[in-house]
Design a binder for this molecule. Structure first.
Ligand SMILES: C[S@@+](CC[C@H](N)C(=O)[O-])C[C@H]1O[C@@H](n2cnc3c(N)ncnc32)[C@H](O)[C@@H]1O
Length: 272
């Protein structure tokens, strides 16, 4: 399969999975404030200033956009492949001055035209982009000189001895580990960021391991697709629940960790 055909297939699958996820996604977020808290971690690493113009790529139904508006008075434009998530976000954010647009984050120029931003962020989104170098080139092109790019990544589950609790969980239910849980790895995304930016840095965001949170998180149709890609939605949800219920003995002892990264494109004249 060519790279372009692979990318088109990934995007169609991602859009389809998220189109049937807004309800469960919001139920989960309402219960745990997971993506909102993760946004705060990313905002800190990116050093987003109050009042910044932020392009939120892979914005989903606008969780980060609300945080950015309410906590940091930012002017936010959100872009997402999923028309279902955008429609849900427009309803939820009707009280805020935010624009949410359907579009492909790899082709930001087609979505935002000549508009320029101080920051481009990807909260829990870049790992499903097939080509991070292309995505971050598109981000750099819509930033003003000195603007920031940042992303947060797919959750890692770390046991008290540093074990990967995904591996433990699959062993316990006797299911094969999927070949990959993300389309793009953190290291590939980080390399693409370092190619575009100066002042590149890494960070982490953590919260205590919580099997009930994870069972709910991976019951969202789009999230369970990364764990059991070949199964239908109901089978995926049931297996995800078994997987995390079987890890309840790690509650409060392990951690849920998301890696973060941020950098700045060069300021005018090349100075950082
Ligand atoms: C896990 S959700 C995160 C949503 C949001 N950032 C949040 O924090 O709640 C990932 C989002 O990335 C979007 N996405 C994936 N690939 C994309 C692309 N190429 N362009 C735009 N959005 C994309 C998906 O449709 C999905 O809504």
């Amino acid at each position: 399969m060519t790279d372009d055909r692979f990318a088109a297939r990934v995007k169609a699958t991602v859009a389809g999975n998220f189109d049937c996820s807004p309800g469960p996604y919001q139920d989960f977020e309402g219960r745990y404030r997971f993506f909102a808290d993760l946004t705060l971690g990313l905002v800190e690493l990116m050093e987003v200033r109050p009042g910044s113009r932020v392009l939120d790529v892979g914005c989903g139904n606008g969780v980060s956009a609300r945080v950015l508006c309410e906590n940091h008075r930012c002017l936010v434009v959100g872009v997402d492949l999923s028309a279902g998530m955008i429609a849900d976000g427009r309803r939820r954010l009707a009280d805020l001055d935010v624009r949410l647009l359907v579009g492909d984050g790899e082709h930001l120029g087609e979505v935002v035209g000549d508009e320029r931003f101080d920051c481009v962020m990807y909260n829990a989104a870049l790992f499903v982009f097939p080509d991070p170098a292309r995505a971050l080139a598109a981000a750099a092109a819509v930033l003003d000189p000195g603007g920031a790019i940042g992303f947060s990544f797919y959750p890692e589950l770390v046991g008290p001895d540093g074990d990967d609790l995904f591996v433990t969980g699959y062993e316990r239910i006797g299911a094969p580990l999927p070949k990959k849980r993300v389309i793009t790895t953190f290291e590939d995304a980080f390399r693409a960021l370092a190619d575009r930016c100066v002042e590149v840095r890494r960070g982490t965001w953590e919260r205590p391991f919580d099997s009930a949170l994870l069972a709910d998180f991976f019951s969202i149709p789009a999230q369970s697709a990364s764990l059991f890609p070949r199964l239908d939605i109901d089978a995926r949800r049931d297996l995800a629940r078994r997987l995390f219920t079987g890890l309840a003995d790690f509650d409060g002892r392990g951690i849920i960790r998301c890696r973060l990264a941020a950098g700045r494109v060069a300021a005018r004249g090349g100075a950082s």
